[in-house]
Design a protein around this ligand. Structure first.
Ligand code: RB5
Length: 145
């Protein structure tokens, strides 16, 4: 599984921590920036990650900002993206099992690194349950038309 990862300046520290976490587990990723603490506009990063996932270049995406809200709103504008803002492991699990979320967003100014890494671990390990949930996800996709 190839992960697309990105953040604005508000999520930069958390992005770097998640990259280290992925490296330690030999999970491949592509870093779409930002590459420093200099101020950038989060929709630009969100678009790059979301398009990589929607286009099939990467399998799933993780995007960080100060709150996780802006990057989530922006990513969900890209056709084919189901971005879930999760600040607890239960939501992370459900976003995969029920919603087949293909992008995870979090806010560095909201949660600590330990919890964020636990959320990433749960989110990456959880598969979509399918069944009745597949019908509902299809209805989400239909809203894009
Ligand atoms: C940047 O200051 C901040 O607005 C951004 O990281 C994010 O929280 C937006 O939703």
């Amino acid at each position: 599984m190839l992960i697309a990862i990105g953040s604005d300046h508000g999520g930069f520290g958390l992005k770097e921590a998640i990259k280290k976490f992925l490296e330690e587990r030999t999970i491949p990723f592509r870093d779409f920036g930002t590459y420093s603490l200099d101020s950038v506009d989060y929709p630009d990063i969100s678009r790059a990650v979301a398009q990589a996932v929607a286009g099939g270049e990467c399998d799933r995406g993780i995007i960080l900002c100060g709150t996780g809200i802006g990057v989530s709103i922006a990513a969900n504008k890209v056709r084919g993206i189901r971005a879930a803002l999760c600040h607890d492991t239960f939501s992370a699990q459900m976003s995969r099992e029920h919603n087949d979320a293909n992008v995870l967003t979090m806010g560095e100014r909201v949660i600590g690194t330990g919890l964020a890494l636990a959320i990433v671990e749960k989110w990456l390990a959880t598969e979509f349950a399918g069944g009745r949930h597949a019908r509902r996800v299809e209805k989400i996709t239909a809203l894009e038309e």
